[in-house]
Write a protein that binds this ligand. Structure first.
Ligand code: NAP
Length: 459
């Protein structure tokens, strides 16, 4: 009976993981996706408990309560804006678990050379992902300095440490009985994880976290080979490949290469080129903005990082509703890397109950800008910067942008002329059809709503 049940449970669990990934790729089905993943994990745990003759349950129960005591508060107490660091700390735990299981397997029975290949990969990726994820957490939580820390010859030092870890792994594969080498190998892997993150700026962390997700998945996949567990191989491979694909998508959307993210120390630009040029801009107050918005037929709202900082999504939804009531066609344009993590804008707008069909992806909405009366940019900067198209020397050259500049009128809510993530000036602000609305995103949108309702009373 058990022989039949186990493959069935594992098959259903694997199906749950695959469906979870598929459904989580769209906001409309994301909840269903999370549920499918949870069911898959439950089946996997039940299957694994069936697979082994569990001698004592007390350690499993201790781990269960300890994990829940950490996981439940993490899920409920950390705010939405802290999701990147929450993800980083989850990866740290997952990778540590994988590396420790590998360590235990190594010491329990000296493995043969083939198993040692899988164990070496599992332990290398597990330990380096553990320390790298902790560093990423520290930078995102601003416990550690967020700016990239660089020094001359850094890449050579990092490569040297990695090469040492690699060589000790090879030596262990050749002679697994050399137990004295194991702590050196583990230590070098832990050290490399730290060194890997030191030169990367806090703002690049989301891309790095996607990569670390991939490493943790590959470590679990290697663990599957070492433990001869097919479900771990499948789940680890899914995790490894999806994390990698996400990192590629993010790099593409930012027009950056992996090497540039990992070795480029991009965040430094923010401090070095933060000066905006002295050119005249046209600004307006909430009353004028309200008038332009209510007389428009079509409005595209472009949210960015500033909306997240100001937590303006609820006010923005109120504004969209107020305009829709007046017969204005309002849609939201979503750039794949607006904000600081994948899906940042989708998550915040979904939290404010903006209907999914009002969120339109970049490729789909870009052709509509020339027919649009008002493009309302709110706390977005780089994702609407025409320099990406017009200036081949710009740090963001080639990054696909939202074509806000082609709308009849552009209104930009931000607090100052300061640049965004890439640290560069934005020509959009100086265009003839652009009006700057200076202020905090939430407060300014609130003022526009007030103006709209007082205008309605007058009418
Ligand atoms: P951005 O270029 O960083 O610009 C955000 C703007 O928001 C700033 O210019 C800032 O101007 C404004 N702002 C900040 N707080 C505000 C507030 N309280 N009220 C109003 N405005 C506020 O943001 P983005 O256009 O969303 O572009 C995202 C950038 O992050 C891209 O360069 C992307 O490559 C990068 N990135 C994204 C991800 C991802 O996964 N999404 C990952 C890594 C990197 P003021 O200071 O003048 O207000």
């Amino acid at each position: 009976m058990r022989e039949l049940l186990l493959p069935l449970l594992y098959l259903l669990a694997a199906a749950g993981f695959i469906l979870a990934l598929k459904w989580m790729s769209s906001p409309a089905t994301a909840r269903r996706g999370v549920f499918a993943g949870e069911i898959g994990m439950l089946l996997a745990v039940v299957g694994t408990l069936l697979r082994f003759e569990v001698v004592e349950y007390q350690w499993i129960l201790i781990a269960f309560f300890l994990g829940s005591a950490i996981g439940v508060p993490l899920a409920y107490l950390m705010p939405m804006t802290a999701v990147p660091q929450r993800t980083a700390i989850s990866h740290a735990f997952g990778a540590l678990a994988s590396a420790l299981i590998g360590t235990a397997e190594y010491y329990r029975h000296t493995p043969d050379q083939i198993t040692m290949v899988a164990l070496a990969l599992e332990i290398l990726l597990g330990f380096l992902t553990f320390t790298a994820s902790l560093m990423a957490f520290g930078k995102l939580q601003e416990i550690l300095p967020t700016r990239p820390i660089t020094y001359k010859g850094q890449n050579i030092v990092n490569l040297f440490v990695f090469a040492l870890a690699f060589v000790s792994a090879i030596a262990l594969i050749v002679s697994p009985e050399h137990t004295w080498l194991f702590p050196i190998f583990a230590g070098l892997s832990l050290l490399f994880g730290i060194l890997l993150i030191v030169p990367i700026g806090g703002a690049d962390m989301p891309t790095v976290i996607a990569l670390l997700n991939s490493y943790a998945g590959l470590s679990a996949c290697a663990m599957g080979f070492a433990l001869n567990n097919k479900l771990l191989i499948v789940a680890g491979a899914l995790d490894g490949s999806s994390g990698f694909i996400l990192a590629v998508i993010m790099c593409k959307a930012m027009n950056r290469s992996f090497s540039n993210v990992l070795f480029g120390a991009f965040g430094q630009l923010q401090t070095t080129t933060a000066k905006a040029t002295e050119r005249p801009v046209r600004s307006a107050v909430a009353e004028e903005a309200a008038y332009l918005l209510e007389s428009a037929r079509s409005v595209i709202i472009i949210p960015g990082y500033g909306m997240a900082v100001a937590q303006a999504q609820h006010k923005l939804r109120e504004l969209a509703d107020a305009l829709a009531k007046r017969g204005v066609d309002v849609r939201f344009a979503i750039h794949p890397v607006a904000g600081r993590m994948p899906g940042h804008m989708n998550v915040l707008l979904a939290e404010a109950d903006v209907p999914y069909d009002k969120l339109v992806e970049m490729e789909e909405i870009n052709p509509d800008f020339p027919m649009t009366d008002v493009a309302l940019v709110i706390g977005a900067n780089d994702v609407v910067n025409p320099a990406a198209k017009n200036d081949s020397t710009s740090p963001i050259a080639g990054m696909p942008i939202l074509h806000a500049y082609r709308a009849r009128t552009v209104m930009v809510i931000k607090r100052s002329m300061n640049p965004g993530f890439a640290g560069i000036d934005n020509d959009l602000y100086y265009m003839e059809n652009t009006l700057m609305l200076f202020g905090d995103a939430k407060a300014f949108v609130g003022d526009i709503i007030k103006e709209l309702s007082s205008a309605a009373r007058v009418a």
